[in-house]
Design a protein. Structure first.
Length: 335
């Protein structure tokens, strides 16, 4: 079915919805505990979009060409009864519904999420060694809890499970090969993410970036790799296949190999703001018209107007100056 925005160089295909700004982790690259401490002011319940509001907006986005919805956060599984939202969203025809989680609650929730209509999950895991894992995420439980969540997701049919590892020099680059060995031949897809200057609180420096090229070379020395074609236009991760049939990995090279040219992603924040880039400094409020009586046509025109006017290409223009901009936090808008 043709959509009005399909004529654009970058059609609207991928909606990321942050269902909460809260999280039970404090990842150094996303939600440093120095900033997100016990006195941090999170959004009030009355401020955040209700499931019915999210579902109404999702239908409008679907009508504009969105094919995939990814639920994010903070940590989406800390939002109470999130499976009810998933059930509402999975009733929208033609939607690929997925979710990104830190995996800590997945063992308990996987079957319920799959039962509600979730198709797949992406689990963030930055190390296999407990000390590094706890240091990077500021948690007091072992990696085994997240690995059990991954197993439960696979058992519930939420496959292939994608495992995202953010690599930060001086913290976990020594875990690249142990992670590759752990997930090779499992059917899960391990993706390595270059450490990014998301938000404005993680103290990002280019020196702390381990490049995609370094990562692929490090793995290729032990397990020869060959490039694989993207699954679809605008796919974020570059795919690499193990030559011996051991499956594939992905690398997300936002810092060293920008992919803004094919970016078809838009983000909806927990309280209903629209962001056209992960590195945005400002958004467009949809909650006021949504709660102010606007009809679907008016909301659709607003979204179409925002998307049509979009000129984001942050990763192509990244510099030491842009790194210091007051960009929105990833813990607020999701990856
Ligand atoms: S930097 Fe912004 S425009 Fe570029 S790929 Fe990321 S989200 Fe898209």
């Amino acid at each position: 079915m043709k959509h009005t925005l399909d004529r654009l160089r970058r059609p609207l295909r991928d909606l990321r919805i942050s269902v909460t700004d809260r999280c039970n982790f404090r990842c150094v690259y996303c939600m440093p505990k120095q900033v997100f401490g016990s006195d941090y002011q999170f959004l009030e319940r009355s401020e955040i979009l209700q499931f019915e509001e999210i579902t109404r907006l999702a239908r409008i986005f679907r009508g504009l060409g969105v094919e995939k919805i990814r639920l994010t956060g903070g940590e989406p599984l800390v939002r109470r009864n999130v499976e009810q939202l998933i059930a509402q969203l999975s009733a929208i025809p033609g939607l690929d519904l997925t979710l990104t989680t830190n995996g800590s609650l997945l063992e308990r929730k996987a079957a319920v999420l799959a039962g509600a209509g979730l198709k797949r999950v992406t689990v963030s895991l930055d190390a296999l060694e407990d000390a590094t894992f706890k240091r990077m995420n500021d948690v007091d439980f072992p990696v085994a809890k997240v690995l059990a969540g991954i197993d439960a997701a696979a058992a519930a049919g939420l496959v292939p499970v994608k495992v995202n590892m953010v690599v930060k020099r001086g913290m976990n680059e020594k875990d690249i090969l142990p992670m590759a060995r752990r997930f090779r031949g499992t059917g899960h897809i391990l993706r390595f993410i270059e450490y990014m200057d998301v938000g404005h609180t993680n103290g990002w420096r280019m020196d702390d970036v381990v490049t995609a090229r370094d990562i692929v070379e490090a793995i290729g020395r032990e397990f020869p790799l060959e490039p694989a074609d993207p699954n679809y236009a605008g796919e974020v991760a570059q795919r690499w296949r193990y030559r011996d049939g051991g499956g594939e990995i992905g690398v997300i090279a936002s810092v060293t190999q920008a992919f803004c040219r094919d970016c078809t992603r838009i983000r909806l924040s927990t309280e209903g703001k629209l962001y056209t880039c992960l590195f945005a400094t400002a958004g467009h409020d949809l909650r006021a018209p949504l709660r102010g009586g606007a009809d679907d046509a008016a909301l659709r025109d607003t979204v179409a107007g925002v998307w049509t006017a979009r000129a984001d290409r942050y990763s192509e223009i990244r510099s030491s100056h842009t790194a210091r901009l007051e960009k929105i936090e990833m813990s607020y808008i999701g990856g």
